[in-house]
Design a protein. Structure first.
Length: 106
């Protein structure tokens, strides 16, 4: 039980750190590159989805009750949706990065 809790807490912490890193990268990107900002925003949504998943799994380990399971399942479904949708957005924006860089060079 403690091992599972430690694994989920590590996943929760790592997801938060990656989310914070990518959000910082998004804010530090120049306004000249709007596609790149959107790409970093969608890339930051992937660890946010995993954060929800790890949070729900950690709650399953810590607490017992039907409300915990209902809320946990909602968090897991929404976390999977966020991770998949943001991955698709990232792949969409990634193909325009080279063109955006080329257009903004002077």
């Amino acid at each position: 039980m403690k091992v599972l809790n430690s694994i989920f807490l590590f996943g929760l912490s790592a997801s938060f750190i990656f989310y914070f890193y990518l959000k910082t990268k998004q804010f530090h990107t120049l306004q000249v590159y709007p596609i790149r900002k959107k790409m970093y925003a969608s890339l930051a949504g992937i660890p946010l989805g995993f954060l929800l998943i790890f949070f729900a799994l950690n709650q399953f380990v810590l607490f017992d009750g039907w409300i915990t399971y209902v809320v946990g399942i909602i968090f897991i479904v929404y976390g999977i949706y966020m991770a998949v949708a943001n991955y698709k957005k990232y792949k969409h924006y990634e193909q325009f990065i080279e063109e955006e860089t080329r257009l903004n060079q002077k």
